[in-house]
Write a protein that binds this ligand. Structure first.
Ligand SMILES: [Zn+2]
Length: 221
């Protein structure tokens, strides 16, 4: 248990350091079997100590072990929904990245832009219409996309959700969404049209042996 809470605290720090969320915004979690470790409500992701993570049972959402007196993130339903939707999901990272959220809100699509995006995020990150945060509606909307196999989802007027087999993978996916947004902003700022990779170019990246190797490295934590 110590290892996973330390790792969560470390990645919480990194997400704030990279500017992907501000103040008490955003929430992250990880799971080990049926045990889920969630960020506590009201904390900046940069100030969560290993003992502050809220530990619950995946199946019923009830606390496991000693109550540390902290409330879990208000997005607990969405986090548990992600784990219940797909067995391969071991971490969920929800952030409020400014550029990615702004472009998604403006109706810009997030799909194959450069090789790392395709290799690590996938051919596309769907953009969802705004729904009230912290409730069943958000859980349903995100879970619907994850079940289609997507690993990153953008929420208009809100933020982003990425999932992964480990924290590093979900963290990289979050970073790559904001990188993609910067990439597109640069093109739009000079008045040009965004060029997305063609389906054949996306396939070419997916078939690269070197990418399989890199992905394999990512899975090893
Ligand atoms: Zn949020």
């Amino acid at each position: 248990m110590a290892k996973i809470t330390e790792e969560l605290s470390c990645y919480g720090n990194l997400l704030v350091e990279k500017g992907l969320t501000t103040g008490p915004g955003g929430n992250i979690s990880a799971r080990e079997g049926d045990t889920v470790f969630l960020s506590p409500s009201g904390f900046s992701l940069a100030e969560i100590k290993p003992q502050d993570w809220v530990v619950v049972n995946l199946k019923n959402g009830k606390r496991i072990g000693k109550d540390n007196g902290l409330r879990p993130t208000c997005e607990i339903s969405m986090h548990l929904g992600c784990y219940l939707a797909r067995k391969d999901i071991k971490t969920v990272v929800h952030t409020h990245p400014i550029l990615a959220t702004a472009l998604a809100t403006a109706g810009v699509q997030f799909k194959g832009l450069f090789p790392d995006f395709v290799a690590l995020v996938g051919p596309e990150a769907p953009v969802l219409n705004y729904v009230v945060p912290g409730g069943e509606e958000l859980r349903k909307a995100v879970v619907r996309e994850l079940k289609k196999g997507y690993n990153a989802v953008l929420l208009k007027n809100h933020g982003a959700v990425t999932v992964g087999e480990n924290l590093k993978e979900a963290y990289y996916r979050s970073l790559l969404l904001e990188d993609a947004a910067r990439f597109m902003m640069a093109i739009l700022s000079i008045g040009k049209k965004i060029r997305y990779l063609s389906p054949a170019e996306v396939k070419g990246i997916e078939n690269l042996e070197a990418e399989d190797y890199r992905k394999l490295l990512l899975k090893k934590m």
